[in-house]
Ligand binder design. Structure first.
Ligand code: TRP
Length: 475
């Protein structure tokens, strides 16, 4: 097994660097695109409350579980689990859930890169618009002032119909990701996170303040925090759990892989809390950034995946300074997406390096290339392949194009299954002393954490998985 890429030779230079990279992995399209989309579609408040419950009771205990596996195993997701298993005297077959996590990361990246391509497109549209406004002496004009809302809206439909452009954008994002991962942990991943994440936070706060002043903040707060539990269907719960896992980058190799680069001295429990809190905080703030703008323009919160791309530019159209803010907004999403995609690729790449003894650059280009190829199918499912169904015999996915099928299958099946296996392994099979020593917890805190991992996670995740996939069982 190659160790040169693991802790020591090329580990994090500091605890701060690790936390920034882990937060960088967690904060991404999941927070600024998928969370508002799902919260909007599922009626707001009740979904948000249930989501936060999932984060605290299921997500947080799992974050700690995954980092501890990585730090003990000191390798990629699969090899780390195998190491913990053999040191605990149980079957190395448990490495399976490391493998399903790696598979999840692989699949997520195929559509993630396509969506990130839309972001690049809108950076171009809004950036060009801002530059034009600036030089015509109106730097604080609303976005796309020369167009009417229908025209702005058709920007997205036009993009979706233009498959060559979609592929070019998808390729651009993939190449940027591969290039950073190929450079390695310290000079690539860590450097990217230490520049991009602070920039992200500054933009996030600025745009939220802007939205609070110019948008309909009160209505957004009511929408997000007044729960109407009649809207909380089994499928909404399944999506909330899947989103909590997705957003914290759980069950998809990242935290195990990054845990391997963490020093022995770092205390894992507070680190886990910081990662979960930062990720959830950003999701909530992203909601408070987006919904005031959406409501002020009288648009529908339940617009779906196009909310951020189709609705927001229309909203920026009518707002003072919308040209500039719109441009900054898409740059913000781009930064978030890039630090996440790096981690998605790294999870798979580090496994290839260890498993096949590949050079880092070879693995990065090879795996990234394969993700790109499957991603082509996702891009084409918006146009020429829109009628193609991959899993027509599974009710949840019968109506989904390839992109929605990969997204739905990872979020609603693969991530929950991997999380379920992780919690059973850490809660029941891994050596108790080993686990306790790695967590650094003792007494009541350890008991509480262990209870959540061993009992609550498997039962809750199992139930949500079964009822989410087979809602007919509830009737
Ligand atoms: N958490 C990322 C986001 O919110 C998406 C994601 C899921 C991810 N699994 C991951 C990122 C693994 C990096 C590694 O956008």
């Amino acid at each position: 097994m190659a160790t040169a890429t693991q802790a020591g030779a090329d580990g994090w230079t500091s605890r701060t660097a690790f936390i920034l990279a882990a937060i960088g992995a967690a904060v991404g399209l999941g927070n600024v695109w998928r969370f508002p989309t799902l919260a909007g579609e599922n009626g707001g408040g009740a979904f948000v409350v249930f989501y936060i419950g999932c984060v605290i009771l299921i997500g947080l205990p799992l974050v700690l579980s995954e980092i501890l596996i990585g730090r003990h195993g000191r390798s990629d997701a699969m090899h780390s689990v195998e190491k913990v298993a053999s040191d605990s005297g149980v079957s190395r077959g448990w490495g399976l859930f490391g493998g399903t996590g790696i598979l999840a990361a692989f699949l997520i990246m195929t559509f993630y890169s396509v969506v990130a391509g839309w972001v690049i497109y809108y950076i171009g549209v809004m950036g060009w618009d801002f530059v034009a406004a600036f030089f015509s002496g109106a730097p604080f004009a609303g976005a796309l002032a020369a167009e009417n809302p229908d025209q702005i809206s058709s920007r997205m439909t036009d993009l979706f119909a233009n498959w060559p452009l979609l592929l070019v954008l998808h390729a651009m994002f993939m190449v940027a990701t591969i290039w950073i991962v190929a450079r390695g942990v310290q000079s690539g991943i860590e450097k990217a996170a230490t520049y991009l994440m602070p920039a992200f936070f500054v933009l996030l706060i600025l745009i939220t303040i802007y939205g609070a002043f110019t948008g309909n903040f009160a209505e957004a707060v009511a929408f997000m925090f007044n729960p109407d539990f009649s809207k909380l269907t089994a499928s909404a719960m399944n999506q909330a759990l899947g989103q909590a896992l997705f957003s914290m980058s759980l069950a998809s190799a990242a935290l195990i892989t990054y845990g391997a680069y963490v020093s022995r001295e770092t205390k894992l429990a507070p680190t886990a809390v910081m990662i979960a809190a930062a990720d959830t905080g950003v999701a909530i703030i992203a909601g408070l950034m987006i919904f005031p703008i959406v409501f002020a323009a009288g648009l529908d919160a339940a617009a779906g995946p196009t909310l951020v791309f189709q609705s927001l530019p229309i909203a920026f159209h009518t707002m003072p300074g919308g040209a500039l803010v719109g441009f900054l907004f898409f740059i913000l999403i781009f930064f978030a997406a890039l630090t996440s995609s790096i981690s998605l690729l790294e999870g798979v790449v580090s496994w290839c390096i260890n498993k096949f003894g590949m050079a880092r650059a070879t693995a990065a280009w090879g795996v990234g290339g394969l993700m790109f190829v499957i991603g082509i199918g996702c891009a084409l499912s918006l146009n020429v392949w829109s009628e193609f169904r991959l899993l027509p015999f599974i009710p949840n996915f019968a109506d989904n194009n390839l992109m929605d099928t990969i997204d739905g299958f990872t979020g609603q099946v693969l991530l929950p299954v991997t999380a379920l296996l992780t919690s059973i392994f850490v809660g029941w099979r891994a050596d108790r002393q080993l686990v306790m020593a790695e967590t650094g917890l003792s007494g009541g805190m350890f008991t509480l954490w262990r209870f959540l991992v061993a009992w609550l996670c498997p039962i809750a995740v199992g139930l949500i998985l079964v009822f989410g996939l087979f809602p007919a069982l509830l009737a």
